[in-house]
Every structure is written in structure tokens, then in C-alpha cells.
Design a protein around this ligand. Structure first.
Ligand SMILES: Cc1cc2nc3c(=O)[nH]c(=O)nc-3n(C[C@H](O)[C@H](O)[C@H](O)COP(=O)(O)O)c2cc1C
Length: 276
């Protein structure tokens, strides 16, 4: 498929077609990428994994502070212990490879101590910079892994049990999990997920979301026609009732109504972050 066709498939929004733009292998891969949660038992080679880590650590890093660390969970007992915390997501324990991308505000603080400088990195700035660095490193690994034929699934749910995960991984103060990443050889095809129309997610010169409601209704319908959410996957029916039409926005509104991650702020505050 051409990049134009891939853009049309990704958005289906009659937006900019990309005609006349570049059509590289990387662009095609990015436009058709998809999360994979089922893997064969095949184990990627250590050489490939070493390369992927090197790629991840080649991502841009705020101020060249280089505030991410990548932890591979190899010990089968630790893998099983982490997997057991999230029975609803069996791919966490089952994926051939599992990395955790850490926000690492500790290293810069230690370097300050080494050089006798007053570095205080438990600030909101330190937390945010380290989080962004970790996210960029993860996404760089994702794209490189996919280009090598692997499938991946980021795992932020680990933050819901951050105390237990941090204990298993021996994380010190000022180091926190941003996201895990399952990797393996894909089993099955999966599908490219339709993204929100670019009329909603892009702006020129001035932010404008005045047409949001109509655009979301339209997106819900188009997405439903391609990949309807089955009735049995409706969330929180006891609370919100069964929906006659259950589109993406109903699903996301129900999901977001149940706040996640309550354990994360107290964990961070207890482990070196004052956020000042
Ligand atoms: C930061 C981040 C955290 C995620 N956490 C999880 C997770 O905990 N469990 C999971 O199954 N998928 C997780 N995902 C995968 C998303 O659900 C997926 O990217 C999204 O549904 C879009 O699908 P696509 O990547 O195939 O386009 C995460 C993705 C990101 C970027």
C-alpha cells in the first residue's frame, strides 16, 4: 500500500492525503503499526535485543541529561510475580521478553553529589523530564522492534501496583517505572486501529475544538463499522447500564470515569519527589 492509502486507512477522515510526500519504508511501517498482545514462543536473539536497547537509548533526551534507564526482567520468578499482579493482562507474564522503562531522576542527582553541586532533582521538572525521556526511549524501541518483525505492547498498568513492582525490581528513590514493554514474535494478524480525525487532533495557529462533538460522533460510527466493541466488553454496565450504541467515546468515558493510578502519587512522594 502507498503512504496515501495507509493514511486513509489509519484515519478515514477525508483529511490531508499526504500525496506528493515521502513514502519511505519507515513511514509505511509507522502508518500501519499496531499493538500486539499475543506472541509465539520464539525468543528473539540476544543480539537483536541488545540492538533494540541501543536504539532506545539513542532517542533524544531532554538537555542531554539522559534520564531513563531500561530494566529487562529476565528472572522467571520475577516475571511470574509481576504477571500475577495483573491477571486480566496475561500477556505481561507470557510475552517472551519484558522490559521496564524507568524514569531515572536519581542519576543526575548522584552526578551532582559527585561533582559537589546542589542538584535537587525531585522536582516536577525532574519527574517530567525523566518521564518524557523514558517514553521517547520506549517508542524508539517499539518502532525498531516492529521493523525487525517483532510485535510489542506497552504496559502502563504496572504503575497501578507500583509499590509491589518497585520492590520486585529493587528500585531506589527517584527511580520509577514509566511503562513496561512486552515483546515477541506476533501470533495472528491484529488490526490497525482507526485514529481520531485530524480535525480534532491537529490545530493551526490557534487551538480550536469547537467541532469536537460532531467529529467524535462521526468517529464513533466509523470505528464501530470497522471494529465494533462486542456487547460483552461494555464496561461498568452495573453503574452506567447497557448502551444501545457503544462506541469508542462511550467506552473511553466509562474507562476514564474510574480513576486509575491512585498508588502512584503517594509512591513518588515517599520516594524522593516533592514536585516543587
Ligand atoms: C503509555 C502506554 C501505556 C499502555 N499500557 C497498556 C497496558 O497496560 N496494557 C495493554 O494491554 N496495553 C497498553 N497500551 C497499548 C494501548 O492500549 C494501545 O497502544 C492503544 O489501544 C492503541 O492501539 P495501537 O497501538 O494498536 O494503535 C499502552 C500504550 C501506551 C502508549
Amino acid at each position: 500500500m502507498s503512504a496515501q492509502d495507509l493514511i486513509a486507512r489509519r484515519f478515514g477522515d477525508n483529511g490531508a492525503s499526504g500525496e506528493g510526500g515521502h513514502d519511505t519504508d519507515l513511514i509505511s511501517r509507522v502508518l500501519s503499526r499496531k499493538t500486539v498482545r499475543r506472541y509465539t514462543e520464539e525468543m528473539p536473539s540476544e543480539a537483536l535485543l541488545d540492538t533494540l536497547v541501543a536504539c532506545a537509548l539513542s532517542a533524544s533526551a531532554k538537555s542531554d541529561f539522559q534520564q531513563t534507564s531500561i530494566l529487562r526482567v529476565r528472572d522467571p520468578e520475577k516475571r511470574a510475580a509481576i504477571g500475577a499482579l495483573f491477571p486480566a493482562m496475561p500477556w505481561i507474564g507470557a510475552a517472551p521478553v519484558f522490559f521496564v522503562f524507568l524514569g531515572d531522576a536519581r542519576r543526575l542527582q548522584r552526578i551532582g553529589e559527585m561533582r559537589g553541586k546542589p542538584v535537587e532533582n525531585g522536582t516536577l521538572e525532574g519527574f517530567f523530564n525523566a518521564s518524557v525521556d523514558a517514553a521517547l526511549a520506549m517508542q524508539t524501541m517499539i518502532l525498531c522492534a516492529e521493523s525487525a518483525g517483532l510485535g510489542v505492547c506497552p504496559i502502563s498498568v504496572i504503575r497501578n501496583e507500583v509499590d509491589k513492582v518497585a520492590r520486585i525490581l529493587g528500585l531506589p528513590d527517584l527511580v520509577f517505572p514509566v511503562v513496561g514493554l512486552c515483546l515477541g514474535t506476533p501470533q495472528g494478524e491484529g488490526h490497525v486501529s482507526l485514529r481520531l480525525p485530524r480535525s480534532v487532533t491537529t490545530h493551526v495557529d490557534r487551538y480550536d475544538d469547537s467541532a469536537l462533538e460532531t467529529a467524535i460522533d462521526d468517529y464513533d460510527q466509523r470505528r464501530h463499522a470497522l471494529h465494533a466493541i462486542p456487547k460483552e466488553q461494555q464496561r461498568s454496565n452495573a453503574e452506567f447500564g447497557e448502551a444501545a450504541f457503544y462506541g469508542w467515546s462511550e467506552d473511553k468515558a466509562r474507562q476514564a470515569a474510574k480513576a486509575e493510578g491512585a498508588a502512584f502519587p503517594p509512591y513518588l512522594r515517599a520516594h524522593g519527589f516533592g514536585f516543587d
